[in-house]
Design a binder for this molecule. Structure first.
Ligand code: 5GP
Length: 120
């Protein structure tokens, strides 16, 4: 069974405006903001507005419109940041072994340097 959504998680608070984040993008389905502890010169997080714990939860329960809106938002954020030509990496940690720390689905966008092989 999917873990219950905790509406006190840090990204829920960012969505509600209770803690600050610079909104690089905001539409009906998603927002994007810089990661507070960047692991690459460009490190952006994109999160759906809906209350989903993880990629698993989102892919199982979200509507087609939410899924399409979120996927398009990730692409738009990267495009608008000028990352298409140099290239970028997407990552979504899901569950214990992945080291997911915040229990609201987020896709990391990493860019700004040659990133090297996966899991390096
Ligand atoms: P995870 O390990 O769950 O995939 O990634 C969580 C990410 O959220 C980490 O990269 C961490 O630096 C970032 N993060 C945690 N708290 C905050 C916060 O309050 N604001 C922002 N902008 N990023 C945060």
């Amino acid at each position: 069974a999917t873990q219950a959504y905790d509406d006190q998680n840090i990204f829920a608070k960012i969505l509600r405006g209770e803690i600050p984040a610079t909104r690089l993008y905001d539409d009906d389905y998603a927002i994007a903001f810089p990661d507070i502890a960047p692991q690459a010169p460009t490190h952006i997080l994109v999160i759906p507005k809906g209350a989903y714990v993880s990629w698993d939860d989102f892919s199982a329960r979200a509507s087609d419109a939410e899924i399409a809106g979120f996927v398009r938002a990730v692409g738009t954020v990267a495009r608008d940041a000028g990352l298409v030509a140099p290239g970028y990496r997407l990552l979504a940690n899901t569950g214990h072994d992945s080291h997911q720390e915040v229990p609201h689905l987020h896709v990391h966008i990493f860019a700004g340097r040659a990133l090297g092989p996966m899991l390096a």
